[in-house]
Design a protein around this ligand. Structure first.
Ligand code: 6R9
Length: 651
C-alpha cells in the first residue's frame, strides 16, 4: 500500500510547543514516571487544597478503581472562568456564531463570570445542591456553556443530552440519573429550521413513570427563538426572568478532585445507553493539557471545534479544555451546509479562526460539494486542522489538507472516546510526521497495546484489538449507578487492560491506524449508536416480530444503518410500512438513528442455539455475499438465499 508521509513543516516546528525530540522525551518520562509527570502537570490548574497523592488506579478485575489527585480540592468553573476573569477580563472567551449568519455574540471572560454566576444562583434558587444531577437539553447557544459551568460552580453534576434526541431517549436519560431539574430552550435553530426542544421536554416528562422516585420538579427555559411554547405553572420558569432576580456573584464550591463533574450517556454494544461518569480534577488536567499540546494552542489563537456540546467533543474541546486554558473558543449554532456550502469557511474568515477541529463526515460532505465553496473564502488565518469521531479515509484527509489547508496546515487526527475524556492517540503538530488516515502516536501517559481475540499481546507491526494498559487522568471513573457494568464492559474482555471496542493496526513505524469498532456499535456520521438500541426500537413497533441491525459502508456518513426486519404474521412488506418504520425509529431515538435501508426478511440467519449470525448479515449488507464463509452451522441455511436475493445495497 502506498502511504505518503507528510513531514512537519519546518516553519510550524520552529514555533510549536513541542518538537519531535521534545515529544519523545516527554512521552518516555510520562511512561517511566507517571507519578512525577502527572504530579508536575497537574499544577497547570488551580487547586484550592493542593494534592499530595497523584495516581491511585487499579485495572485489576473485578476491583477496578481509578483515582487521580484524590486528596486535592478545586472548583472547575473557577479554573475555567475566574482565574481568567482576573487576569484577562476583556479577552473574548466565547465567540458565538448564530445559525443565521447575521447573528453573533462575543462574551468576554468578565462577562462569562457574571453569566455563570447568575446561572448558578438561579439553580440554587431552585434548590439545586452539590451532587444533584441536572439535565441539559439545549441548542448550541452560550447558555449551554453557562449552564454547564454553573453546575460545576455549585458542585451539581450535569448530564447534557444532545438536542437531536427524541423525547423517549431524553426521558430515559432523565430517569436514569434521577434529575429533578431540566434546562432547555423554547426552540433550537439549525439550518433555518426550528427544533421543538421545550415540546420534546414536555413529552419526555409525560413519559416518565408517575411513581419514579425523582419526578422532574423544575424546567428552566432559555428564550432562543421566542416561539410559542406551553409553560406548566409551578414547574416551568423562564431563564431570563429568573436571572433578572439574582445577583451576578456566586462563590465556587470547594470540590474534591474525585467529585463527579458530569455524566454523559453513550451507546455500547448491549443494553441501554450507559451514563459515563467523569470527575473533576483529573478530567480538567487532561482536557486542558491535551487541548494545549494537541492543538499547539497559544494565547491569541482563535479556536473552533464544530462539535455539539451534546457530545463529549463539545464538553472537552469547546468548553472545558479551551476555557481552562483561557482560550477564545468559537461556538457555532448552525450546520456546515446552510445557507451555503461555504458557511464554515466564511466563519473562519469572519472570526479569523486559527485552529479548526471537525469530523470526517463533514469533510466528506463538503468534499462532495466541490472546491469552489472552499476557494470562495481566503482561510488565510488557519494554521492547524483537526479531525475526530471516526476513521478518516486518506482521500478525505488529502482533500482537507490540500484544499482546505492549502498544504500549509498540519492535520491532527485525534482518536479518543466518551469514556477517555480526552484525546489519547494523536499527532502533535510540531512533532509528528503525518500519514493520511493514521491517528499516529499516543499522547503523554497513554499506553496502547494490540491483542488478538484470545488476549495475547501482539508486538511490532500487527493488527488486533486496541487496549490500554494503564490509566490516564481523564479516564471515566464508573458507569453512573452501575460500577459492575463499568467493570464488565471495559475490563473483563482482556483482563488487566481497558478494552476500547476498537480494532487497530500498528505499522512498522509504530503508527496506529484505527480500523473501526469490533463490537456491535455503529458510528454513523461520527455519532455512536448501539445496534441493540435500534433493534429494540424496531421490535417495539406492532408490525415487527424481529429485527437485526448492522452497519454498511456509506460514502458520507462513514457507516449507514441497515436493518433486517421480520414482520408479524399477516403483515405485508410494503413501501408504506418501510417508511412508517423509518419514521418510528426517528421518533423513538432521534433523527441520528434513521435507518438508511430496511430489508424485509422472512427469516434471520441463526445458529441452532438461536444466536443471530451478524457476520452473515454484515457481509450481505456490504454486498459481499459471495464471501459468507461457513453457513452450515445455521439452523436454517435456506434463509440466506432469500436475504441475498432481496439485498438492498447493490453496487
Ligand atoms: C470522541 C468521540 C468513540 C468512537 C471510538 C472510535 C471512533 C473517534 C476517531 C475514531 C478513528 C478517530 N473514533 N475518533 N476512529 N479515528 N480519530 O468520537 O467519542 O462518540 O464516544 O466515539 O469513535 O470507534 O471508539 P465517541
Amino acid at each position: 500500500m502506498y502511504e505518503p508521509v507528510i513531514a512537519v513543516p519546518p516553519s510550524f516546528a520552529a514555533s510549536a510547543l513541542v518538537d519531535e525530540a521534545g515529544y519523545r522525551a516527554m512521552y518516555e518520562r510520562s511512561i517511566a514516571d507517571p507519578e512525577g509527570f502527572w504530579g508536575e502537570h497537574g499544577r497547570r490548574i488551580d487547586w484550592i487544597k493542593p494534592y499530595t497523592t497523584v495516581k491511585n488506579t487499579s485495572y485489576g478485575h473485578p476491583d477496578v478503581s481509578i483515582r487521580w489527585y484524590e486528596d486535592g480540592t478545586l472548583n472547575v468553573s473557577a479554573n475555567c472562568v475566574d482565574r481568567h476573569a482576573a487576569t484577562r477580563p476583556d479577552q473574548v472567551a466565547i465567540i458565538w456564531e448564530g445559525d443565521d449568519p447575521g447573528e453573533q455574540r462575543l462574551i468576554t471572560y468578565r462577562e462569562l463570570k457574571d453569566e455563570v454566576c447568575r446561572f448558578a444562583n438561579v439553580l440554587k434558587a431552585h434548590g439545586v445542591k452539590r451532587g444533584d444531577r441536572v439535565t441539559l437539553y439545549l441548542p448550541m447557544i452560550p447558555e449551554a456553556a453557562f449552564a454547564m459551568l454553573a453546575c460545576a460552580r455549585i458542585g451539581a453534576v450535569h448530564s447534557v443530552v444532545f438536542g437531536g434526541f427524541s423525547p423517549d431517549a431524553l426521558a430515559g436519560r432523565i430517569e436514569d440519573c434521577a434529575s429533578t431539574v431540566v434546562i432547555t430552550a423554547d426552540e433550537g435553530l439549525r439550518g433555518g429550521k426550528r427544533v421543538p426542544l421545550k415540546a420534546n421536554v414536555d413529552a419526555a416528562i409525560s413519559r416518565i413513570s408517575e411513581d419514579h422516585f425523582a419526578p422532574v420538579e423544575t424546567v428552566i427555559v432559555v428564550r432562543r427563538t421566542g416561539g410559542n411554547v406551553a409553560m406548566t405553572p409551578g414547574r416551568d420558569v423562564w431563564y431570563d426572568e429568573e436571572a433578572a432576580r439574582v445577583p451576578a456573584v456566586c462563590g465556587p464550591e470547594e470540590m474534591n478532585a474525585e467529585d463527579p463533574l458530569f455524566i454523559l450517556y453513550t451507546s455500547g454494544s448491549t443494553g441501554k445507553p450507559k451514563g459515563v461518569l467523569h470527575t473533576s480534577g483529573g478530567y480538567l488536567v487532561y482536557a486542558s493539557m491535551t487541548h494545549q499540546y494537541v492543538f499547539d494552542y497559544k494565547p491569541g489563537d482563535i479556536y473552533w471545534c464544530t462539535a455539539d456540546v451534546g457530545w463529549v467533543t463539545g464538553h472537552s474541546y469547546i468548553v472545558y479544555g479551551p476555557l481552562a486554558n483561557g482560550a477564545t473558543t468559537l461556538m457555532f449554532e448552525g450546520v456546515p451546509t446552510w445557507p451555503t456550502n461555504a458557511r464554515l469557511w466564511q466563519v473562519v474568515d469572519k472570526h479569523k479562526v486559527t485552529i479548526f477541529y471537525t469530523a470526517p463526515t463533514a469533510i466528506r460532505a463538503l468534499m462532495g460539494a466541490g472546491d469552489e465553496p472552499v476557494k470562495s473564502a481566503s482561510r488565510a488565518s488557519l494554521r492547524l486542522l483537526g479531525s475526530v469521531g471516526e476513521p478518516i479515509n486518506p482521500e478525505a484527509w488529502l482533500w482537507y489538507y490540500h484544499t482546505v489547508g492549502d498544504n500549509r496546515c498540519p492535520i491532527v487526527d485525534t482518536w479518543w472516546q466518551t469514556e477517555t475524556g480526552g484525546i489519547l492517540i494523536t499527532p502533535l503538530p510540531g512533532a509528528t510526521a503525518l500519514k493520511p488516515g493514521s491517528a499516529t502516536l499516543p499522547f503523554f501517559g497513554v499506553r496502547p497495546a494490540l491483542v488478538d481475540n484470545e488476549g495475547n499481546t501482539l508486538e511490532g507491526a500487527a493488527e488486533g484489538n486496541l487496549v490500554l494498559l494503564d490509566s490516564w487522568p481523564g479516564q471515566m471513573r464508573t458507569v453512573f449507578g452501575d460500577h459492575q457494568r463499568f467493570v464488565e464492559t471495559y475490563f473483563s474482555t482482556y483482563k488487566g487492560t481497558y478494552f476500547t471496542g476498537d480494532g487497530c493496526r500498528r505499522d512498522a513505524d509504530g503508527y496506529y491506524w484505527i480500523t473501526g469498532r469490533v463490537d456491535d456499535v455503529l458510528n454513523v456520521s461520527g455519532h455512536r449508536m448501539g445496534t441493540a438500541e435500534i433493534e429494540s426500537a424496531l421490535v417495539a413497533h406492532p408490525a415487527v416480530s424481529e429485527a437485526a441491525v448492522v452497519g454498511y459502508p456509506h460514502d458520507i456518513k462513514g457507516q449507514g444503518i441497515y436493518a433486517y426486519v421480520t414482520l408479524m404474521q399477516g403483515e405485508q412488506p410494503t413501501d408504506d410500512l418501510r417508511r412508517a418504520l423509518v419514521h418510528w425509529v426517528r421518533k423513538e431515538i432521534g433523527p441520528i438513528a434513521t435507518p438508511d435501508l430496511i430489508q424485509f426478511a422472512p427469516g434471520l440467519p441463526k445458529t441452532r442455539s438461536g444466536k443471530i449470525m451478524r457476520r452473515i448479515l454484515r457481509k450481505i449488507a456490504e454486498d459481499h455475499y459471495e464471501a459468507l464463509g461457513d453457513i452450515s452451522t445455521l439452523a436454517d441455511p435456506s434463509v440466506v438465499a432469500d436475504l441475498i436475493e432481496n439485498r438492498m445495497n447493490r453496487r
